[in-house]
Design a protein around this ligand. Structure first.
Ligand code: CP
Ligand code: NVA
Length: 311
């Protein structure tokens, strides 16, 4: 299976079919098991991944780098401040040059358009490590975590509470491709945008997935198998933090909200969490949080993506 999507980009889950997504999860499962049973294979021996970061990262940076190491390759951290991109070299020229050295390029950027330009101009696969519009690697890890916890995906109910952002957009796409019913609970003005709604409508009929926009968080969690939240102000929106704290105050994932959800509901968060804002310590540190298993799965998910694209 490694090499199956050789040369393709991983910019958006929307670009991948229902079957493609299933194969990513299948390989994720295999690679995780191989890691746990000391049967690591050098699938990406001597391959090199470049990692452009315009924004901070803990999980993405470390899991991509360690993932490459575990598969026999190497990863190169490229802060946009330190490469010529930060001094005005064009995105297109950067992509063309880096493609001459690298076997894959992962990028975390402010504008989604930067990822699209990298993908258009690079001759090696480009992987979206988060843009202002999407965070597809995160959603692969999240859905793999849901699959591990429950044993299946189709028909599950995922409720996302909070800001409709890059993370929830990719969750919507993954839900549409896997038959997971998603409920989005956001304050007015922070609901999913037209583009992601259009994509969801194109993909959902393939699996029969449903989407509900339910502004009241208490109602939104009634049937939830998984409750997901993310920060109220994403990277690049720091100056809106105080304003958003007021707007989102009723959208905190806390014990009172969990009381309204089914007993077996588990909580997910892409992390980093702003404890005391979108999620409480009691939930983060409690028995219902699956957030650290979810963070670990970034590693396995991205190894699967890299192995499929780069070997
Ligand atoms: N969830 C996530 O992408 O974390 P980092 O910002 O630490 O990479
Ligand atoms: N929505 C968050 C996700 C961080 C991983 C952000 O973009 O900052």
């Amino acid at each position: 299976m490694p090499g199956l999507y050789q040369g393709r980009n991983f910019v958006s889950i929307h670009d991948y079919t229902v079957e493609d997504m299933q194969r990513i999860f299948d390989l994720c499962k295999i690679l995780k098991l191989e890691e746990q049973t000391n049967q690591r294979k050098p699938i990406l021996k001597d391959k090199n991944l470049g990692m452009i970061f315009e924004k901070s990262s803990t999980r993405t940076r470390v899991s991509f780098e360690i993932g490459m190491n575990q598969m026999g390759g190497k990863a190169l951290f490229l802060s946009s401040k330190d490469i010529q991109l930060g001094r005005g070299e064009t995105i297109a020229d950067t992509a063309k040059v880096l493609s001459r050295y690298l076997d894959g390029l992962m990028a975390r950027v402010f504008s989604h358009d930067t990822i699209l330009q990298l993908a258009e101009n690079a001759t090696c696969p480009v992987i979206n490590g988060l843009s202002d519009f999407l965070h597809p690697c995160q959603a692969v890890a999240d859905f793999f975590t849901m699959y591990e916890k429950r044993g299946f995906l189709k028909g599950l109910h995922l409720t996302y509470i909070g800001d409709s952002n890059n993370v929830s957009n990719s969750l919507m796409m993954a839900a549409a491709k896997t038959g997971v019913n998603i409920t989005i609970s956001s304050p007015s003005g922070y609901t999913p945008n037209e583009k992601i709604m259009k994509w969801w409508k194109e993909d959902a009929p393939l699996t029969g997935a449903s989407l509900n926009i339910v502004p009241n968080p208490v109602k939104a969690v009634e049937k939830a198998d998984f409750i997901y939240t993310d920060v109220w102000a994403s990277m690049g929106q720091e100056e809106e933090t105080e304003k958003r704290r007021k707007i989102f105050s009723a959208y905190q994932v806390n014990d009172a909200l969990l009381d309204k959800a089914p007993d077996e509901a588990l909580v997910l968060h892409c992390l980093p969490a702003h404890r005391g804002d979108e999620i409480t310590d009691s939930i983060m540190d409690g028995p219902k949080a699956a957030v650290f298993d979810e963070a670990e799965n970034r590693l396995h998910a991205q190894k699967a993506i890299m192995a499929l694209l780069m070997s």
